[in-house]
Design a protein around this ligand. Structure first.
Ligand code: ATP
Ligand code: MG
Length: 254
């Protein structure tokens, strides 16, 4: 579903952030990506989206709908300029700075832009947008102008825009940042309910523990740990070696 093979990226004039990094995420997995500030989590996400052009091979795959013959049609595309539009079509993404993802005058228009761009009639796109807003309890944001929302409202609106696209894979960079406890809970419920493949980068290790079955730790340009979330997030020594701490819910109250 998502495969990085020997991926390296150096910012122009800067340091090497991803250094020959490899991992693979299978269809249907929900994987947390954790690591200290500045280790390259957002850069890795951007490489998967082709927003930065890394060296090495990045493959994005999709398990398609069953064909008329009843066989699942799957396609796997290697990241390159030609495949980029089709790869983006498969991915729903939430950038760490989701402000930059909202560019239409209102939330509704942002929500229908993508689906209409892919050929959905306006009425159907609006109906889908309504369903998503209803599901998230965000109807009140529907006609809100993007520059007239709070940080958390913008975050929830960006999540709504992403869901309206019905992507087969979600890449979310710090999805719970700026959310109040109720919206954070809503997000966690949503992540648990959504069936697709997910890669979630976050410092909210409690959310990662609740939603992800597997965790990757990124450090020095490499994946330095890869295993079941329940094991990695309970391994205090491993977390501390990587400048992280136990999730709050596992810290012994002193
Ligand atoms: N546009 C850029 N130009 C040059 N260097 C950059 C750029 N963006 C990020 N970096 C550097 O690349 C490294 C990785 O940044 P990145 O944003 O991927 O880290 P991160 O793990 O997402 O951090 P955080 O937890 O703070 O979100 C950092 O050292 C950062 O300073
Ligand atoms: Mg980041």
């Amino acid at each position: 579903m998502l495969k990085f093979e020997n991926v390296t990226y150096t910012y122009p004039g800067g340091e090497t952030v991803l250094n020959g990094l490899s991992f693979e995420i299978c269809a249907g997995e929900c994987v947390g990506l954790i690591g200290a500030n500045g280790v390259g989590k957002s850069t890795l996400m951007k490489a998967a989206l082709g927003l930065v052009s890394a060296r090495g091979t990045i493959t994005v795959g999709e398990n398609g709908n069953p064909s008329e013959a009843g066989n699942a049609v799957s396609k796997a595309l290697v990241m390159n300029a030609e495949n980029l539009p089709a790869i983006r079509r498969m991915l729903g993404y939430l950038l760490q700075d989701s402000d930059s993802q909202m560019f239409m005058p209102t939330v509704l228009e942002d929500m229908i832009f993508g689906p209409m761009n892919y050929g959905m009639p306006r009425a159907e796109a609006e109906k889908k947008a309504d369903e998503v807003l209803e599901r998230l309890g965000l109807q009140y944001l529907k006609t809100r102008q993007n520059h007239r929302m709070s940080g958390g409202e913008k975050r929830m609106a960006a999540i709504a825009v992403l869901l309206a696209m019905e992507p087969s894979m979600l890449l979310m960079d710090e999805p719970s940042a700026s959310l109040d406890p109720k919206n954070r809970r809503k997000l966690i419920r949503l992540l648990k309910e959504l069936p697709g493949t997910k890669l979630i980068s976050s410092h909210d290790l409690d959310m990662v523990l609740e939603t992800c079955e597997r965790v990757l730790i990124l450090k020095d340009g490499q994946i330095v740990a890869d295993g079941p979330a329940g094991e990695i997030l309970r391994n205090q020594t491993l977390l501390e070696e990587n400048d992280l701490e136990l999730p709050f819910c596992l810290q012994i109250q002193g």
